[in-house]
Ligand binder design. Sequence first.
Ligand SMILES: Cc1cc2nc3c(=O)[nH]c(=O)nc-3n(C[C@H](O)[C@H](O)[C@H](O)COP(=O)(O)OP(=O)(O)OC[C@H]3O[C@@H](n4cnc5c(N)ncnc54)[C@H](O)[C@@H]3O)c2cc1C
Length: 150
Amino acid sequence: MIDPSLAPPGQHVASLFCQYFAPELPAVRSWQDARAKAVETIIDTITEVAPNFRGSILGQMALSSMDLETKPGLVGGDIFHGQIRLDQLFSARPALGHGDYRSPIAGLYMCGSSTHPDGGVTGVPGHNAARELLRDRRRHARNNKARATA
Ligand SMILES: Cc1cc2nc3c(=O)[nH]c(=O)nc-3n(C[C@H](O)[C@H](O)[C@H](O)COP(=O)(O)OP(=O)(O)OC[C@H]3O[C@@H](n4cnc5c(N)ncnc54)[C@H](O)[C@@H]3O)c2cc1C
């Protein structure tokens, strides 16, 4: 709507974000083979409610879970850097014992979608990680001061 350079005049780019697809398919099937059928199903589904949709497509690109893994490097095609499941939320995100933004390496903090409160463009994981980092810095400063005056 706001960037005319994406398509020639009078034409448009439609982006479809379709959930949910299994990252790994059963038996011998791979996303290499299943992608085209999934695309057809998606286009058919939209065409049911927007009848001119299929007929208006001039070109298309589809990224399956496999493509999201091999191209931008999202493991299992997971856009949230780890599934948002009950066993991966709150103190269990990214893993039990590591839910406080401090990594096992002293001074290295985790601030991405794999940390609480999970993926999305909220910025909250970064905010929380910065809060913990500042807390540690204040604690260090207090300890250094106490040592200096002892
Ligand atoms: C197709 C798709 C659709 C999505 N749709 C939505 C949506 O509708 N709503 C929503 O809330 N979320 C959506 N998400 C999820 C959301 O984009 C992510 O959860 C969020 O961007 C993750 O933020 P982040 O800061 O943790 O990581 P990222 O946004 O991945 O940022 C990490 C940054 O680090 C950089 N980087 C990596 N390695 C290095 C390095 N060694 N040195 C320097 N820089 C490095 C990367 O280039 C990147 O800029 C979507 C994601 C995808 C892929």
